[in-house]
Design a protein around this ligand. Structure first.
Ligand SMILES: [Zn+2]
Ligand SMILES: [Zn+2]
Length: 465
């Protein structure tokens, strides 16, 4: 039987207002403003009733020239990638040090392996706590590894066939006692832990920590400082998302983003109303919610269960029941999220219609989030060293590389929604591509011109490296 979301019925008119596509004028204003904030010279967004929005070159671009850098509206690192790469939870830059990246990965790999062996042998746990005790102030309680229960279940790589290192090496890599040769050429920003104390989110800077807290994380933090009404429910929501589809974590971010913006606007409106400077229409809850929702309203949307591609292993005759199952999965996730972060004033955001459309928007528009690993660069650098420096360095680095195995170079992987990039159309005759250059070391989308003289043309095609 079809599950019915009571909020869909109760908030029908609010839901309808939220899902009404913005007027062409509103869309134009939004993108004109975005292009000016992003400092994207030579670009304009044009709308066309046939093909919708498109990004047009308004000037000539040379081959290989940067067309635009687009900051994401919301993005996530895939759960399965978290054991391989420690990145800033806001800008997705690699953080800590090359040694910490390597030590943490080896440590989590060993946990995954011992958990697997443990299952076979019936042992409960044989992970020594000392493995991650450390004096480093950044690491406080060694909480980079606090969530290893989750991580080991979704480990993308295994050290099964890799050579293991002498005891103590992994710990000294993690606590900074072991400094690898030439690693000072690959310095990374030091880690800033989440101010809420969850031990899950780390940042490259205080400003990233603050921005993430303000926009998303205050409601999604599982630490003591969290502003989520129920941390217990939040943990259940996260566990469900990690076990089914991590797109739910991204949808939750979009909802938190809207609630956070709504609360800010509300404070401002209350203040103005007190001073008699605004009307009740301007400061009605719905108009504030619509304003808070605006950046998400711009993205093209359909319900997730209507637009998701039918997997190859599902027969056409089972399509209806497949789509129904997807809808039910979303409903289950939404109920868990609602139990964790519900806000009465933003009730319409917790309707299944809205949840389904947010996920559908990500399904239709998202771009892979990729950030190259400094660990890969490090080992390439060592490999390129002249003799005899290379031989000397490899005495230390070779066993570590062997322990990491062929997965040593895994990059940060995730998915994100980029407002400007999402307006670019696909083409079989592309004149631009999404491409990360050497200097592009964070989660922003980067688009590069493929041919010169692009004036007035469109048809940007994305090929991610
Ligand atoms: Zn950052
Ligand atoms: Zn946190």
């Amino acid at each position: 039987m079809e599950c019915i979301c009571p909020i869909d019925e109760k908030c029908a008119s609010e839901v309808c207002s939220l899902l009404r596509p913005p007027s062409p004028l509103q869309v134009q204003e939004y993108f004109d403003q975005l292009i000016s904030i992003r400092n994207c010279h030579g670009l304009i967004v044009k709308q066309n009733s046939e093909i919708g929005k498109g990004v047009y070159a308004d000037t000539d671009f040379d081959e290989e020239e940067l067309v635009l850098k687009d900051q994401m509206l919301a993005g996530i690192q895939h759960s399965s990638n978290k054991m391989d790469c420690l990145v800033c939870s806001f800008c997705f830059r690699f953080i800590g040090s090359v040694e910490l990246q390597i030590g943490r990965k080896l440590y989590l790999q060993s946990l995954g392996d011992s958990a697997n062996n443990g299952c076979q042998m019936g042992a409960s746990s044989h992970v020594s706590k000392d493995c991650y005790d450390t004096d480093s102030s950044d690491m406080e309680d060694g909480s980079y590894t606090k969530n290893h229960e989750n991580l080991e279940n979704c480990a993308s790589s295994s050290s099964k066939d890799n050579i293991s290192l002498p005891e103590g090496v992994v710990q000294s890599l993690m606590n900074g006692e072991l400094v690898l040769p030439y690693s000072n050429k690959f310095l990374l920003p030091s880690t800033v832990p989440c101010p809420g104390g969850c031990g899950e989110a780390y940042y490259c800077s205080k400003s990233c920590a603050e921005a993430d807290w303000e926009l998303f994380h205050s409601l999604l933090c599982t630490g003591e400082g969290s502003e989520a009404p129920s941390r217990e429910a939040l943990l259940k929501f996260i566990e469900h998302a990690n076990g089914t589809n991590d797109i739910f974590l991204l949808a939750a971010k979009a909802i938190c983003f809207t609630i956070s913006r709504y609360r800010k606007l509300k404070l401002k409106a209350d203040h103005l109303e007190e001073q008699g400077k605004s009307t009740s229409v301007e400061s009605s809850n719905l108009s504030l919610l619509l304003e808070a929702w605006k950046p998400i309203s711009i993205g093209y949307k359909r319900r997730w269960w209507d637009c998701i591609a039918l997997p190859d292993d599902v027969d056409f005759s089972d399509e209806a029941s497949f789509r129904m199952q997807i809808r039910e999965l979303a409903f289950t996730s939404l109920q868990l999220l609602k139990a964790a972060i519900f806000d009465k004033e933003c009730e319409a955001l917790f309707s299944l219609e809205i949840y389904g459309h947010i996920i559908g928007m990500f399904e239709l528009n998202n771009l892979d989030l990729v950030v190259a690993s400094p660990v890969e660069d490090y080992f390439l650098y060592i490999d390129d060293l002249p003799h005899p420096d290379k031989k000397e360095a490899e005495k230390i680095t070779r066993p570590i590389l062997d322990a990491l195995g062929e997965d040593y170079s895994i990059c940060c992987q995730g998915t994100a929604f980029f407002p400007l990039q999402s307006c670019m159309n696909h083409s079989c005759c592309p004149n631009a591509k999404a491409f990360k250059r050497e200097e592009d070391r964070d989660g922003q989308a980067t688009v590069i011109a493929l041919r010169s003289h692009l004036q007035g043309r469109r048809g940007y095609h994305f090929i991610y490296r």
